[in-house]
Design a protein around this ligand. Structure first.
Ligand code: THU
Length: 160
């Protein structure tokens, strides 16, 4: 038996104003689209903007459904569209802004497990890491340079 440790690395910014200008622009877009989230059941809205290496920004929101499991997270809405529209381009990074519609959330909210798996798949596909910024409606912003920091022991196509 041996014990192993896995380190995860994150940058924590005090506010959006401290981010590189490219990330500020991405968050502007993510915050704008978040307002259009179709989140009538949870009242929790998420906006995501994805920066591609061709300079395009693809954005999406969570899409809920009366049949709850038929809904989709904002991250996957945006990432699936990005990979549909530009299948031969790489993703540089994404910005995620999330929170309840009825209270101001100041805690950075990381993507759910299913979305982490999808980001991991896309990192494997493009063979390069995807940076990720996430925040609540206001306040601190967390950055991590790869999904590896949020999803150790990843499942990928090499196991199939
Ligand atoms: N949601 C996302 O869009 N992304 C996540 O990573 C977690 C949750 C959405 C799904 C659902 O519409 C609402 O937030 C509440 O779970």
């Amino acid at each position: 038996m041996k014990k192993i440790s896995i380190n995860s690395n994150f940058l924590v910014y005090d506010s959006i104003d401290d981010l590189p200008s490219q990330a500020v622009k991405l968050f502007e877009s993510a915050k704008k689209i978040r307002k259009t989230a179709y989140s009538k059941y949870s009242n929790f809205s998420v906006g995501v903007s994805v920066l591609m290496d061709n300079g395009e920004i693809i954005s999406g929101t969570n899409q809920e459904n009366a049949a709850y499991p038929s809904g989709m997270c904002a991250e996957r809405t945006a990432l699936f569209y990005a990979n549909s529209k530009y299948p031969n381009s790489n993703i540089i990074c994404l910005a995620i802004v999330a929170g309840s519609n009825s209270k101001i959330n100041k805690t950075p909210i990381a993507p759910c497990g299913g979305c982490r798996q999808v980001i991991s798949e896309l990192e494997t596909k493009q063979d390069s890491s995807i940076g990720m910024y996430f925040m609540g409606e206001e306040g601190k912003v967390v950055f991590t340079e790869s999904i590896e920091n949020l999803l150790p022991f990843q499942f990928d196509s090499s196991f199939l």
